[in-house]
Design a protein around this ligand. Structure first.
Ligand code: CU
Length: 315
C-alpha cells in the first residue's frame, strides 16, 4: 500500500490515520450522494412549485449526536496514542543521548560509545534524549512516525520501539542554517545479538592494529567519515562551493585565509587540516563564513589522519 511503519507506535499511528481517512472518505461519499439526490429530486422540472420542508427533530438530533460520538471517538483514539508517545516511557527503555549541532547528529550511549548513526536493538523500547549545542533542530525518523524539536536549553525526549530490522533515514526538520539540508543521519536497527556484539565492543578493531593500517584502508575510512561525520553537509568533493570550500584539489595547494583578523597564505598540509578540524576559527578561508563547529571530541587523531588521506586522493 504505502511505506509501512517500522515501530510499534508507528503502526498504531498509521491505523488511526487510516481509520480517520476512511471515515472522512465515507462521509464525503454519503454527503455528495445525498446532495446529488436532492438536486435531481427538487429540480424545477420535477418540482415546479417549491416545497415547504418543515424541520425533522428526530433526524436532526440523530445526526448531531452521531457526529459528536464519531468526532469524540476519533479524538479518543488519537489522544491515547499521543499520550503514549509523550508520557508512558517504559522503565526498561534503552537510553541514548542525541546531540544536534550545525550540521550533524551525534549519539552517546550509556557505556561511553559515541557514534554519528543511531544504532538500536530491535523490539526494545528506546528513549532518545535530545540536546542542541546551538540552534533549534528537529529530530525526525519518518519510518518510526516520530518527530520532536530539539531546543537548546530544554530537556526534550522521544521514545519508540523499533520492530523491524533495517537502515532508516533520520532528518533534521527545522531550518537550522546553511547546511540544514545536509544534516542527515541513519537509524540502524539490528537484531539483539548483533547489537550486543557492537555495544559490548567486540566488533571493534583493537587500537594496536590501527598503526599498521594501509593507506588504502585509511582512504576508505576517510571516505566513510566524510559522510558519517557530517563533513559532506558543507564540503563537496567535486569542486562545487558550499558552506565551506570544496575538498577537491586542495591538498598541497596554497589558500588565502584570515588568521586573527589578518589575511595570509597557507599551505594545505597535514598540520593545516589538523588545525582546521580542531580550531576551525583559527584560519578561515577567504570568502567563507566562520561557521564550522570545532571537531574536538568528535574526531580522533586516527580519524583526522584517515580524512587527510582521503583528501589527498581528491585531485
Ligand atoms: Cu538541524
Amino acid at each position: 500500500m504505502f511505506l509501512s511503519a517500522s515501530s510499534i507506535i508507528g503502526k498504531e499511528i498509521d491505523s488511526v490515520l487510516l481509520l480517520i481517512s476512511g471515515i472522512c472518505i465515507a462521509l464525503f461519499a454519503v454527503i455528495i450522494f445525498i446532495t446529488l439526490y436532492f438536486v435531481i429530486k427538487y429540480s424545477r422540472e420535477r418540482n415546479p412549485n417549491p416545497t415547504d420542508i418543515e424541520g425533522n427533530p428526530p433526524l436532526e438530533i440523530g445526526w448531531t449526536v452521531l457526529s459528536i460520538v464519531l468526532v469524540l471517538f476519533m479524538f479518543y483514539w488519537g489522544w491515547t496514542g499521543y499520550r503514549k508517545i509523550k508520557t508512558e516511557v517504559p522503565k526498561d527503555a534503552f537510553v541514548v543521548k542525541a546531540t544536534a549541532q550545525q550540521w550533524l547528529w551525534s549519539f552517546d550511549y550509556e557505556n561511553g560509545k559515541h557514534t554519528n548513526v543511531l544504532n538500536l536493538p530491535v523490539n526494545r523500547p528506546v528513549k532518545v534524549t535530545l540536546n542542541s549545542r546551538d540552534v533549534i533542530h528537529g529530530f525526525y525518523i519518518p519510518t518510526f512516525r516520530i518527530k520532536q524539536d530539539v531546543v537548546p536549553g530544554a530537556e526534550k525526549y522521544i521514545w519508540f520501539t523499533p520492530d523491524e530490522e533495517g537502515t532508516y533515514d533520520l532528518f533534521c526538520t527545522q531550518y537550522c542554517g546553511l547546511g540544514h539540508s545536509g544534516m542527515l543521519s541513519k537509524a540502524v536497527v539490528m537484531s539483539g545479538e548483533k547489537f550486543q556484539e557492537w555495544y559490548s565492543g567486540r566488533t571493534e578493531v583493537p587500537k594496536v592494529a590501527l598503526a599498521a593500517k594501509s593507506i588504502e584502508v585509511m582512504v576508505e575510512e576517510g571516505k566513510e567519515l566524510y559522510r558519517t561525520k557530517g563533513c559532506i553537509a558543507c564540503h563537496t568533493i567535486d569542486g562545487t562551493k558550499l558552506v565551506g570550500p570544496s575538498w577537491k584539489g586542495i591538498w598541497g595547494s596554497r589558500v588565502q585565509v584570515i588568521s586573527a583578523g589578518e589575511q595570509r597564505e597557507v599551505l594545505v598540509d597535514e598540520e593545516y587540516i589538523h588545525r582546521s578540524e580542531f580550531e576551525p576559527q583559527a584560519d578561515v578561508v577567504v570568502g567563507y563564513p566562520p561557521v564550522m563547529p570545532p571537531q574536538k571530541g568528535l574526531l580522533t587523531e586516527e580519524e583526522i589522519k584517515a580524512i587527510t588521506e582521503y583528501i589527498k586522493t581528491l585531485k
